[in-house]
Design a protein around this ligand. Sequence first.
Ligand SMILES: [Fe+2]
Ligand SMILES: [Fe+2]
Length: 703
Amino acid sequence: MEINEWCERILLGSSWEDKLCELGTYEDFKRKEIVLPAFPGRPPGLELDEWKKRERTSFREVGKFHSEKERGLVLHFFANHELLAVELMALAILKFQDAPANFRRGVVQTLKDEQRHVRMYQKRMADIGIEFGQIPVSDYFWRALQAMNSPKDFVTGLSMTLEQANLDYSLHYARIYEKIQDKETADILNRIYKDEVSHVKHGLIWFKKWHEDSICSWKSYVEALPKPLTPARAKGIGFNREGRIKAGFSTEFIDELEVYSRSRGRCPNVYWFNGNCEEQITNCLYGQTSRTPINQLGSDLRALPTLICKNHDIVLVEKKPTVNFLKKLRRSGFTLPEYVEYGYQNNLSVWNYGIIQELRPWGWNTESTNFLKPLSKYTKHDRRVHWDHKWKTLYSKIWSAAQLHDFLNTHKEPWLCDVEVVGVRCTKTEEVKKIILKNSGNFLIKTPIASSGRGQIRVKNGHIRADQLTNLEKIIQKHGEVIVEPWLDKVLDLSFHFDIGENEEITAIGWTRFCTNTRGQYRATFVSQMVAGLSSETKQFLYGNGKNPRQLNRLGETLSRIIGRAIAKLGYMGPVGIDALVYRNSNQELLLKPIVEINPRWTMGRLGHSLKSRVNSARTAIWLILHKREAISAGFNSFVEWAEHIEKSNPIELTEDKEQISHGILFTTDPIQSTTFATVLITAKSLEECEEMALQSGLKISI
Ligand SMILES: [Fe+2]
Ligand SMILES: [Fe+2]
């Protein structure tokens, strides 16, 4: 038979005899004119526009393998992909008459394999009692590749992308069917997997030839990939490195693909870490420029939102984290988002990433609003791209003190603090002095808006020193007010987390325990085993002396509701964290101050909370922020050297299902990108073991 005739019959025919007709010995005559259909002919029930008329069955519904029928229907999805491959190959042969003869022969061979795959699935489905055509099928592959313009488009889009993904899928499902002891189906999938390796290989060989790229670099592949396909379509479930090596891809290519992420249809949330959010608000109020350390926090930890993202989300970064770091993260069970580089010029004017679900800076302020403005036209919720000056009230410790005051008056519980510990607003130095002298205890004088223990004066035994007085006068001059509160004998810090959604809908997320350093700056969050290392008295206190183990959760829910409502009234939507603390009063009794500070933004504690799902819950895990001077005092010149040493000495061990971390130390920000700050997750059997492990590499947890 002549191969163009054969392909026409396959493509235009609507019976199984046409679709699966055999070629036998063949000739290849060039044709001048070819008429191509918009859709391939299909046997009844399998038409590509069928799903518009019939109710669609999603793969997610049947891919759970709950019943015999579901197991059979999964094959229906695979069989349709094989049939589409048959048709797209026939289309390519017809379209590209001028392609090299041996390339066409290669496609003919592959097409025959695909016909065999269809037959195998068809037979297996019939054995199980499923008919091909029983459910409507997807036309995605056809839509994505029908417009291909060259044989290179064909090999890039089909062989190196859709067939490459099947290196993952076929192997993954072969394992599943083996597990449920369906040997027949597993054998088919294993057979198909083997063929698929050679199909991908064939495409890759020709790609290299046409692209004059002897290794097929990642860049040349991405550039050559016909739209709307993205490299995300070249991956399935799991990541089969071995199959890709067999097919001939370079390690560099495989590494890049492994860490590549791109939404496959879902609108992404776009994250941006502006860690200097509060400082910028204060600066804006008082016309100052940023101080270096906090700015550094911004650029060092720019990729931090990675830890809260889903794999269809986007994180905006000056520069992408390195492939090596991302590989480590992925292999530790993290899902990776897509990174969009805006470079050091802060250029967001070109956006090729489609509609955005929501813009999510670490915190809203004028800086993040201006920075994200170019993206506002792509968002579904346009009105979210703004900073409302009313919101600066929310950052103020004066506002949070007022909230605490009201809360304590309406929620009298024996384990909560008395209104006397609520901070008092003062606008004059004399007022501050009066309070301190009257009570002659220890006091904290706080700047209304400042983060992480900044702008605090600590007064001991009712005595305010001359230098502190000068400082106080300066603060009052600059801010117009301060807040004075008793300096409590702190036992531990906690935070409550919640989200405010549309229509003032509030969702409580949970609570975490965090730790500060001696200067009151944030140091760490407990990710798992919140009460590790605490005295039994404190543990009992937190869990209502065994009578009320959920009391912290309940308090968190009440706070979310009440404070959430007050915040939502000002129009704010997004995450909120409320810091609280447990202290000892003068009678040595433990009490809880439920509101110390309110943060209407993402917080380190909230990120720590999201890390919970990454760690075996039976283990203790702490997530820390590190400073460069710690690396130096541990005897290392950089975070890179230190990280290498730490991770080598304490490699990550995963749970059996490979989904959670059960032991080891992992840098959660790329050490190469950390000049001053870095973050690290430590997981072990107990807090003592965490401390010991870290100390052996020169890392003092010091909490
Ligand atoms: Fe196939
Ligand atoms: Fe194939």
